[in-house]
Design a protein around this ligand. Structure first.
Ligand SMILES: Nc1nc2c(ncn2[C@@H]2O[C@H](COP(=O)(O)OP(=O)(O)OP(=O)(O)O)[C@@H](O)[C@H]2O)c(=O)[nH]1
Ligand SMILES: [Mg+2]
Length: 216
């Protein structure tokens, strides 16, 4: 009997992610993949970023969630176009899901599509989605040594958001240690310490993001 060898899942995903990047490139659109643990503050970070942007119509959002639409509902009042993906159990988004979601989204006039990945610090790191920028949101409440314990997520992200800085007075966490560990994994990482809830420290991130947008 002839045995069929199925193309490894990761390789097939990488190929499709490249197709997505090329397709979006031809439309002048960039994808930003936002990952982080459950509850790290990904939705709140996207929400505050959108609230502070004047030209929101250039942004689209793809919301990845295992089974609900709560996060999309949280953002809908901002007036941006949102497409929801429910992974029905899968712990990460993959390029095939993004391709399907993009078929539902108007790309004319858009420059950036934020993708909120499923809350997880492991699986999403393995699956590129055709992104131009990968942002890792880490809550300071998650404690020390996450860069060393979950190195792939840190190695493959260009931006690290150290979120929930407003809670620092209540935590036994030294953010300098997290920064040092993150930079030891990825010395190119841009790190922003901020609170997506109160807005403290947010202007440094917004300056970076506005500058990013101005290059598109
Ligand atoms: N104190 C504080 N709370 C925050 C901050 N950012 C988010 N939160 C709260 O943390 C909780 C989780 O935030 P979300 O934005 O829903 O987190 P998430 O990463 O999108 O979660 P999942 O989508 O479930 O993975 C909510 O109650 C937020 O209000 C912050 O900077 N400071
Ligand atoms: Mg969320």
């Amino acid at each position: 009997m002839k045995i069929k060898v199925v193309e490894p899942v990761l390789k097939a995903n990488r190929v499709m992610a490249e197709e997505i990047r090329r397709y979006l490139g031809s439309k002048g659109v960039k994808l930003i993949n936002i990952l982080g643990s459950p509850g790290a503050g990904k939705t709140q970070f996207i929400k505050r970023t959108l609230e502070q942007l004047e030209n929101k119509e250039i942004i689209g959002v793809i919301e990845g969630d295992i089974s609900t639409t709560f996060d999309a509902e949280e953002l809908v009042s901002l007036g941006v176009e949102i497409v929801q993906i429910n992974t029905k159990g899968a712990c990460h988004l993959d390029a095939r899901m993004i391709k399907q979601a993009l078929e539902q989204m108007r790309l004319d006039g858009k420059k950036v599509i934020f993708v909120e990945n499923v809350g997880n610090l492991v699986c999403p790191a393995e699956f590129p989605l055709g992104e131009d920028l990968r942002i890792l949101v880490l809550s300071l409440t998650e404690g020390l040594h996450k860069p060393l314990k979950y190195p792939l997520a840190f190695r493959t992200s260009q931006v690290l958001i150290l979120n929930k800085s407003d809670l620092l007075p209540h935590l036994d966490v030294n953010p300098s240690i997290i920064r040092e560990e993150a930079l030891s994994i990825n010395n190119q990482m841009r790190i922003f310490q901020l609170s997506s809830l109160t807005g403290e420290g947010f202007s440094n991130w917004m300056d970076y993001f506005q500058n990013y947008l101005s290059t598109l």
